[in-house]
Ligand binder design. Structure first.
Ligand code: SF4
Length: 231
């Protein structure tokens, strides 16, 4: 495991060396708690933020608090623009995201994508905890690639880690994690759009479970990756 950790640290150090401001979009999922621990232990100068959509489950807020209590790296929380949420609810209803894929993506845009744009503004690169085997939509990702949607470099240092690797790290270093993971919620998002899964189901089967796997992204990680050569 030490070799895998060293590789992650080296990707993060490379990001800091090549880009003047690097931030970490912390979704508070298991992978992102591993990254939080690695960033904090190695005192890497990476700003950490999270998005509060206003529809998160209570255990996610509990974890946010635990993270603040345990680590000295501050977690900045971004919220959706209130007038955009009000407009969305006026047009679609409070649970309008169940009505169609467009309505669901509209909700994700207002509650996630727009706040993410604000959070990324002014940064040259961002870090995520995406892993290749999490979803069919993530098979073509690279450890470092240009994110055309947000006009910046994107680093996925845990890309080749397995779910087992992530949990081995969490157990070994006693990293705090979302207690919903113990109740068959391997992938977490907003409360109304996440359900627990059964044995044998895909780990993202509980996210937007009423949609096809190829539609299951919220707009935060949609771009087809394009490798850039560095100058
Ligand atoms: S996951 Fe569901 S509640 Fe959360 S922003 Fe997307 S559609 Fe809205």
């Amino acid at each position: 495991m030490q070799e895998q950790i060293d590789q992650v640290v080296s990707v993060l150090q490379e990001a800091l060396r090549d880009y003047s401001s690097v931030c970490f979009a912390n979704s508070l999922g298991a992978e992102d708690m591993v990254l939080t621990d690695i960033i904090a232990k190695n005192q890497l100068n990476i700003a950490m933020f999270s998005l509060d959509t206003g529809r998160l489950p209570q255990p996610t807020y509990d974890l946010m608090q635990q993270l603040n209590d345990r680590y000295s790296v501050p977690l900045k929380v971004y919220f959706p623009d209130n007038s955009s949420v009000e407009r969305y609810v006026e047009q679609h209803g409070i649970n309008g995201f169940y009505d169609s894929i467009d309505a669901r993506k509209g909700c994700c845009f207002v509650r996630k994508v727009e706040p993410l744009r604000r959070a990324l503004r002014g940064n040259k690169a961002w870090v995520t905890g995406l892993r290749r085997d999490q979803a069919v939509t993530r098979g073509g990702l690279e450890i470092s690639s240009h994110d055309a949607d947000f006009g910046m470099q994107k680093f996925n240092p845990l890309l080749e880690w397995s779910n087992k690797d992530v949990w081995a790290y969490i157990r070994k270093y006693d990293v705090p994690y979302n207690k919903l993971h113990d109740q068959f919620y391997p992938s977490l998002g907003c409360a109304p759009c996440t359900r627990s899964i059964s044995l044998g189901e895909d780990i993202r089967a509980g996210r937007w479970w009423w949609e096809n796997p190829e539609d299951k992204e919220c707009g935060l990680h949609v771009a087809k990756p394009m490798l850039l050569k560095r100058a």
